[in-house]
Design a protein around this ligand. Structure first.
Ligand code: UDP
Length: 329
């Protein structure tokens, strides 16, 4: 089965990244059911053409009902806690949600014979990079509980493939950014910790200023370098991964980044240029756990799945995010 209509369960489809994937799945004529407990997702991000079930992925009874009611061809999973700092203070909460509840989801899939899984993973599985750009064969040595939970699920998926023939594709995101061009969905977090939305908040006076975390990193301008990738390009990669699994392809792991990096100062300058306004910035100490430089090599997914990002300029990424933010946040 490939490029055919499929029935997909999107766990966490009311979140920033999940909602963009749902939109592309529906545009590609797939049948979508969204499971989200709205703990970090938002009702306003739920697509009207998907069936929405409010509930938690760790609720086995609910999963059983859902899997008895629908014959899913694949499951996509975005329902994770994703804040590094928070994970350092609440590791049990992170392991329970990101690993424990994912085990429940996989068990329910296993007992209903669902054997295709697309998993939202992260650059945090690599830890402090030994070389740049980071390829998929870089050692995985996470430096925080968040990265540990994602790596633990990736390892579990490898074991489930061997034991049960569960085929999975794990996509390791670098810095997801931007918003759908429609302006109808975009980044929404509470509290917001990410750089680009916080720059907008500071520009709009929703916060007094943005804190620039660390100016003494071993980078050309002393600020951290990150690899920003548009959320719709992430979404496109998920649809390619799904096609592979629907065609009974093999399990795999891919990086999703842009192969280029921008420093925090460069992002601030570009944001100021896009919104044509000076943003109040206060230089602050480093944020614990931030590596100096994270840049992906995404050659593998370009080569093997033909992934072609459409939004390679940071200005465009910021402009799409701005369109969403100033209307909705
Ligand atoms: N950053 C910052 N101020 C903020 C938020 C982020 O200086 O209010 C920096 C952060 O230290 C990192 C970069 O911006 O170097 C990207 O951070 P973000 O939280 O957006 O993503 P992360 O790389 O942590 O996944």
């Amino acid at each position: 089965m490939s490029n055919q209509q499929a029935r997909i369960l999107v766990v966490g489809g009311a979140g920033y990244i999940g909602s963009h994937i749902v939109r592309q799945l529906i545009n590609a004529c797939h049948d979508v059911v969204i499971l989200d407990d709205l703990s970090t997702g938002y009702r306003q991000l739920v697509h009207q053409d998907g069936e929405f079930v409010q509930g938690h992925l760790g609720d086995l009874n609910l999963l059983e009902q859902l899997f008895n009611r629908h014959r899913f061809d694949a499951v996509m999973h975005f329902a994770a806690f994703s804040q590094v700092g928070e994970s350092m203070h609440h590791p049990l909460r992170y392991y329970q949600n990101n690993l424990g509840d994912t085990i429940t989801l996989l068990k329910a899939m296993q007992s209903h014979g669902i054997r295709r899984f697309v998993f939202s993973s992260t650059a945090a599985v690599y830890g402090e990079p030994l070389e740049i750009p980071i390829t998929e064969s870089h050692p995985c040595l996470p430096t925080n509980p968040y990265g540990n939970t994602k790596l633990a699920v990736e390892r579990l998926l490898t074991d489930c493939d061997m034991a049960y023939g569960l085929r999975s594709i794990a996509l390791r995101y670098f810095n997801a950014a931007g918003a759908d061009e429609s302006g109808e969905i975009g980044e929404l977090h509470d509290p917001e910790t990410h750089l680009i939305p916080n720059l907008f908040k500071a520009a709009l006076g929703q916060i007094d200023h943005i804190r620039l975390f660390g100016t003494d990193y071993p980078t050309p301008d002393g600020t951290c370098i990150r690899d920003y990738v548009h959320v719709n390009d992430l979404a496109q990669a998920h649809l390619l991964a799904l096609d592979v699994l629907l065609a009974d392809g093999e399990s795999a792991v891919y990086n999703l980044g842009s192969n280029s990096g921008f420093s925090v100062k460069e992002v601030i300058e570009k944001a100021e240029a896009v919104i044509e306004k000076k943003i109040p910035v206060i230089e602050s100490p480093r944020r614990p756990g931030d590596p100096a430089k994270l840049v992906a090599s995404s050659d593998k997914i370009r080569r093997e799945l033909g992934w072609k990002p459409g939004y390679e300029s940071l200005e465009t990424i910021i402009a799409t995010a701005w369109r969403w933010h100033r209307k909705n946040v």
